[in-house]
Each structure stands twice: as structure tokens, then as C-alpha cells.
Design a protein. Structure first.
Length: 165
């Protein structure tokens, strides 16, 4: 039996609001810690709150997606701040309707569908746009940024569903 394994790690673009919030919370935490060191006991509660907030905002502002393709199955994991990994979803290639570049004419028949959009891509449009749209079982539209090797591996299993135009 032929098993194909391809792994792809994609860094999502950080949103400017999250980056600003992260630095604001870190600054406020530092101010409250300095106040605490100067003897202001009431600064401990807001200092703890801003410290915890800064921790969680830091986790979610440094986000990566990992795609694992193994034997007709695509697994998507979310990696938070290069320290925590969370499995988001598992998709079967057999149940996929179409996979094509994001701006491809082959997706024109699918444009007017009411589907849930799940964006697991880099989060921005580059020149050339390397993102792919995947329609899965009529109810979901996935936006991915796979490597060429992963597209070739999925195309070898489902050649009539995967397009690279």
C-alpha cells in the first residue's frame, strides 16, 4: 500500500490590532509591577489581569497552521506561539468537491453557495496569490496555503478534483 506523507507549516499574518494590544498590555503590566514595587498594594490586581491578558494576546498574535497530509486525509493543526498545538480539523480527500487556486475560474460555479468559510491560510493576498480554496461536502469552504508538494500529493489521489491552473 502506498502511503504519502506531506507536512506544511504556514505562518498566519498577525493583525495590527493584536500586535498593538499585546504591547499595550505588556506596558501596562510593567507599570503596575513598578507601582507594586513602590509599595502600592492595590496595583497587584490590575497587574495580574493585564499580565494574563498579555499572555493570551501573545499566544494568539503569533499563529501558525500546520497541514499534515497522510493517505487521503488532511489534518489541520493550529500552533500558538510555537509552544501549543491544537488540532482544528480532519478532512477526507474523498469527500472534497474541488480544490483550486483562490482566484481560479474553476470556482465560478461555487461562488453563489451559502457555505461556512474557514480561513487556515496566511491571511493575506500575495503576488502571486498561492492560496487555494477547497469546497468540502457542500457546507464548508476552506482557504489554505499549501506547498506545491502537498498539492501534488493530493492531486495524485484525486486528479479530477484538484486543479493548479
Amino acid at each position: 500500500m502506498s502511503e504519502t506523507y506531506v507536512e506544511c507549516l504556514v505562518k498566519a499574518k498577525s493583525k495590527m490590532g493584536m500586535v498593538l494590544l499585546k504591547y499595550l498590555l505588556i506596558g501596562l503590566t510593567a507599570v503596575f509591577v513598578l507601582l507594586l514595587l513602590l509599595g502600592v498594594v492595590l496595583a497587584i490586581i490590575p497587574g495580574a489581569i493585564t499580565g494574563v491578558g498579555a499572555y493570551f494576546v501573545t499566544l494568539y498574535s503569533d499563529l501558525e497552521y500546520e497541514y499534515l497530509y497522510l493517505d487521503k486525509e488532511l489534518v489541520i493543526d493550529k500552533v500558538l506561539a510555537k509552544s501549543r498545538r491544537k488540532r482544528i480539523a480532519t478532512y477526507q480527500v474523498d469527500r472534497m468537491e474541488i480544490m483550486a487556486p483562490f482566484r481560479s475560474y474553476r470556482l465560478d460555479n461555487y461562488k453563489n453557495r451559502q457555505v461556512k468559510i474557514k480561513d487556515y491560510s496566511i491571511g493575506e493576498e500575495l503576488k502571486p496569490d498561492l492560496r487555494y480554496a477547497v469546497y468540502y461536502e457542500g457546507g464548508e469552504k476552506l482557504i489554505l496555503s499549501p506547498s506545491e508538494e502537498m498539492v501534488k500529493a493530493i492531486r495524485s489521489v484525486a486528479p479530477r478534483k484538484v486543479f493548479t491552473d
